[in-house]
Design a protein around this ligand. Structure first.
Ligand SMILES: [Zn+2]
Length: 227
């Protein structure tokens, strides 16, 4: 409702690599009816909400705060947050349909998050996760990097970390596993010449794109998931 339905991206995975092939074609019509949310288990409601939090982080501090106050996903208040999220995404993709600039911000949390998803798909002995769950972990990793490489304050980072902690996910990776994920990140289509380019936050509500980060800092950022 707030993400894949808007923006016309149609992608398929190639092996274990996420969204490697696809086209961008806007739909003729998109129908968003929150009544369908009643059919979803809580885990999937949480999963879907992660991209809404992401929308707040990249574009609107007030919206982020409103999302933090949500206690129930089946309310008129939450329905209006779905509407606002759809508008945030729609405004960005209208401005930049082919991801030359601002649309890249929608990948916040996804460079690390997609690597986590691909890694867990490749390692069948590890428990599978939902997309939003991996993106929440990716948001923590990339927010930690934002403190070092962009101007995100430690207080803002802590606020994001507290949100993540409240979700009770249990991600934990060894350094060797993170190195494997760093290799996976190089396949991300945003990246060229083997450099990994991150979207990072300057504040809650504003971002910078195309930030190159040292591997040792990515390793340190993944350690935040265990704390
Ligand atoms: Zn996503």
């Amino acid at each position: 409702m707030v993400d894949a339905a808007i923006g016309g991206k149609n992608g398929v995975d190639l092996g274990h690599l996420k969204n490697q092939i696809g086209v961008i074609n806007p739909p003729i019509m998109t129908i968003i009816d929150p009544a369908f949310l009643k059919t979803l288990p809580q885990q999937h409601l949480v999963n879907g909400s992660i991209e809404m939090f992401k929308h707040g982080l990249i574009s609107d501090r007030v919206y982020w705060k409103d999302m933090l106050n949500v206690t129930d996903y089946l309310t008129d208040t939450f329905n209006s947050l779905i509407y606002q999220s759809a508008i945030i995404k729609s405004d960005i993709v209208t401005m930049d349909p082919f991801e030359k600039g601002p649309r890249k911000a929608l990948n916040y949390g996804h460079t690390a998050g997609h690597a986590i998803e691909s890694f867990l798909m490749e390692h069948e002995e590890r428990e599978a996760v939902l997309h939003g769950e991996a993106i929440a972990a990716g948001i923590v990793v990339e927010s930690f990097l934002s403190v070092q490489y962009a101007s995100l304050s430690m207080d803002a980072y802590q606020e994001i970390k507290d949100w993540y902690t409240s979700l009770n996910f249990t991600f934990s990776f060894t350094d060797d596993e993170v190195m494997e994920m760093i290799d996976l990140m190089k396949y991300d289509k945003k990246n060229t010449n083997g450099e990994i380019k991150f979207v990072l936050l300057e504040t809650i509500g504003s971002f910078v794109t195309n930030q190159v980060v040292a591997n040792e800092d990515i390793l340190a950022a993944f350690k935040e998931l265990k704390k």
